[in-house]
Design a protein around this ligand. Structure first.
Ligand SMILES: Cc1cc2nc3c(=O)[nH]c(=O)nc-3n(C[C@H](O)[C@H](O)[C@H](O)COP(=O)(O)OP(=O)(O)OC[C@H]3O[C@@H](n4cnc5c(N)ncnc54)[C@H](O)[C@@H]3O)c2cc1C
Length: 495
């Protein structure tokens, strides 16, 4: 009996030392500093907690509000998603997050019919009757409207399911290019040519590209079909049915994940990250101005074993200096796109669109012509799922519209709200995909935005970075940068 007790005690001591010790031999819990509490930072905190259990201390620095580009806007007592809105039915992390947080998905968030407007007239619109919509699509675009669905399924969505499998198995990649290569090497090829050239090469017609694809790029990214093919192809997944958003607002996902992760929110602006000890393990220092202070005298600092940057390193957005690193840390992405979201409560101007009644007006328009001042005009549904007493339209444009421009769309309004978003990268036709790894234990989740900016992409990047941090901390280097063969995720070799 006594022997058993000693054995049990030994077991407990051994188990405790396995759970808290790491490759560096210290029994201290690793300290992780995350910069940014948008969906990237919040999901990184959640995944780190999953991997480390109780053996990690997580701080998340946030200069504005938890949720970042996922934020609600209130008009006449109803909330609307002001930033990131639509989630794809194949976005498994976002689905999983809503499940674990007990949130409800609204699978009918986009109201009714779609129209394509070339600046002068509606060149195409869907119908309330699906048979008629199919006939109209066939008449204008031949088989392209059908082929695009199959293409997206085969070339984008199917390979993406592989990504979930290998992330579940715990594979992690140092760079965005390696991660994409593991999904499917064609993803990297897509990122090296414009979406126009990609779809032309795949046999789609000029008319389909100039109207449908260009319209989708304008509503999704405020840009044209000259953006690179990967981001373009990923955003074409919106042609699939079953798009959804979160009842009550998408911002609840990052808010819930922060809470669930047990991370501490540090309110304040990070001004600098420096390397205080080059050794193995390195130690980093985060300098920050607490709260809304702009007074340098209030500057505070904390040390961390792992630093995760969960915001674009575009100076106008994050403005973080990197000090005492041997190699310079580049601004990624180099350029960001301004999207102005104007929410207008009022009735639409049907004559502008050349129709005679609101009933015959599509509820969502995208435009195809760069000289048209707006990229899209869409009727909004409150995030509560209720019907608002008055109609609200959202106008996306690339600069702040003037009153006369907006009056062309909605001649009189009872309320108007305008949000200027630094929204997503300015995408070139061919992109140099960056690294997730900025230094030994310092990572950048938003490197993945150069491939495509979307909530699910942030979650995928966050999972990858959490795995990288965990493996490096626990010395499991064999799980990093393995080549996975297409046929079998289990067959692998070192890169
Ligand atoms: C208008 C618009 C429409 C969109 N539509 C969709 C859509 O329909 N579907 C979709 O999937 N995606 C959409 N997106 C994209 C999606 O919203 C983003 O990809 C995603 O929200 C990015 O999340 P993030 O956490 O990486 O970055 P952010 O949400 O930008 O979070 C970064 C956070 O870091 C904080 N921060 C920055 N610098 C510092 C600092 N120095 N110190 C402290 N804190 C700092 C910021 O305040 C912010 O809260 C849209 C985006 C916009 C703007």
């Amino acid at each position: 009996m006594r022997t058993l007790t000693v054995f049990a005690q030994l077991c407990i001591i051994l188990c405790l030392s396995i759970s808290t010790s790491h490759v560096n031999g210290s029994d201290e819990k690793p300290r992780v500093g995350i910069v940014g509490a948008g969906i990237s930072g919040a999901s990184a905190a959640y995944f780190l907690r999953e991997l480390f259990g109780d053996d990690v201390e997580i701080d998340i620095f946030e200069k504005q509000h938890v949720g970042g580009r996922l934020a609600p806007i209130t008009i006449s007592g109803h909330n609307y998603n002001a930033g990131g809105t639509i989630i794809h039915p194949a976005n498994l992390y976002m689905i999983n997050f809503t499940d674990i947080l007990g949130l409800t998905r609204d699978t009918n968030p986009e109201p009714g019919r779609l129209g394509i407007f070339d600046g002068e007239e509606i060149v195409f619109s869907t119908s309330d009757y699906s048979a008629l919509t199919i006939a109209k699509l066939m008449w204008r675009y031949g088989m392209d409207a059908y082929n695009i669905k199959t293409w997206v399924q085969e070339k984008i969505l199917k390979p993406l399911t592989r990504l979930y499998e290998f992330q579940k198995e715990g594979h992690a990649f140092s760079t965005v290019e390696d991660l994409l290569n593991a999904i499917d090497p064609s993803f990297v090829e897509f990122s090296k040519k414009s979406v126009k050239d990609l779809f032309k090469g795949e046999g789609f017609s000029d008319r389909f590209i100039d109207e449908f694809v260009t319209g989708a790029m304008r509503i999704n990214y405020g840009q044209t079909s000259s953006i690179h093919g990967l981001v373009g192809a990923v955003s074409m997944a919106g042609v699939e049915p079953g798009l959804w958003n979160v009842v009550g607002g998408n911002h609840q996902v990052p808010q819930g994940l922060v809470k669930k992760s047990g991370a501490k929110i540090v309110r304040g602006k990070v001004t600098a990250v420096s390397l205080t000890s080059e050794g193995s393990p390195p130690v980093y220092q985060i300098d920050y101005l607490p709260g809304r202070s702009t007074n340098e005298d209030d500057m505070n600092s904390k040390e961390y074993d792992i630093v995760i940057i969960a915001t674009p390193l575009y100076n106008d957005m994050s403005d973080i200096k990197f000090e005492d690193f041997q190699t310079s840390i580049k601004q990624v992405p180099e350029d960001f796109h301004l999207t102005v979201a104007s929410f207008i409560e009022g009735e639409p101007n049907t004559t502008y669109f050349g129709v005679d009644s609101v009933d015959s007006l599509p509820n969502a328009f995208f435009t195809t012509n760069e000289s048209t001042f707006f990229n899209s005009f869409t009727k909004q549904k409150p995030v509560s799922g209720e019907t608002a007493e008055k109609t609200v339209y959202r106008v996306f444009s690339n600069k702040v519209p003037n009153v006369n421009e907006l009056k062309q769309l909605v001649p009189e309004w009872s309320d108007i709200r305008v949000v200027n978003w630094m929204a997503y990268p300015e995408y070139p036709s061919s992109v140099q995909l960056p690294s997730f790894t900025l230094h030994e234990q310092m990572y950048h989740i938003n490197a993945i935005e150069l491939a495509a900016s979307a909530m699910e992409m942030s979650a995928i990047g966050a999972k990858n970075v959490a795995l990288l941090a965990y493996y490096r901390y626990t010395g499991q280097y064999d799980k990093i940068d393995e080549i996975l063969t297409k046929s079998d995720g289990a067959q692998k070799s070192e890169l």
